[in-house]
Design a protein around this ligand. Sequence first.
Ligand code: PBG
Length: 322
Amino acid sequence: MGFPIMRPRRLRSSQALRKAVQETQLSPRDFIYPMFVCPGENVRREISAMPGNYQLSIDQLVAEAKEAESLGIAGIILFGLPESKDPEGSDAYSDDGIVQRAIRAVKQEVSDLLVIADTCLCEYTSHGHCGHIVDGDVDNDATLELLAKSAVAQARAGADIIAPSDMMDGRVEAIRDALDTNGFDTLPILSYAAKYASVFYGPFREAAESAPQFGDRRSYQMDPPNQREAMREIALDIEEGADIIMVKPAMPYLDVVFRAKQEFDLPVAAYQVSGEYSMIVAAARNGWLDLDRAMTESLTCIKRAGADLILTYFAKTMARAL
Ligand code: PBG
């Protein structure tokens, strides 16, 4: 059966019809809002490469977290700017570390907002790499122990989900073991399972002050041309105990999101990263794109591809618009 009996345009002829047959709908519950916490009080420093996003001291962060909760957003994910950095990234696993303190403060004030801890060392190491350096490269197995310690410190502070973003082999298992031995066997792991070495993280490195001081992250993050390898990474993380899997970035990697959703039965998260956000905002500022429509379309399409959860710097703006 074809034209003229079938006329797909019939169902597009009014907003009411289009809405009635819409296959994908966004809700504030889809979103996780990334936030940057820094030392001090009353600090609210706009990140120049990510307009509308701020480095926030704990007091300011708590206020914004409460706002996110009232907008119905699913959760926040925290990145820390420590007072000082060292080669081993010790602020990441100290009980007084910036993120641990922030988690405790936020958890006291919210009840319906997930507080997710990004588990990685790059924000805390003086060299800006995601682990322990041996001979100019990150040593995988030595890093696992540090990541596990960081996850336990975040768990002790009250994190609802542990989200390792480092891309070391075996880190989900190491973190799962450490959490279980320390009495956190019910705490879920959201693993950045397929995280690519992407140029689109550029603005984030200004936000988190985490640019590598030498080299790049290509020896641990995935190579952008590879899709099958992503399935292998995800399968390994699931075997090691991941509860939610993530693909990152989102929009240039929708094929990976789609395939992850088809092949695995765990919830899938996708991270609309800093560069994806900043490109849309910059184009809108130039008058080249409509901000609201670009935001809505990008997020809808990430969900359509299969994301159950979307990490996005638009979380609050989008939730308000819905
Ligand atoms: C830490 C981390 C990064 C991002 C999230 N966690 C940076 C990186 O890997 O260099 C990027 C997020 C973004 O660009 O929005 N490893």
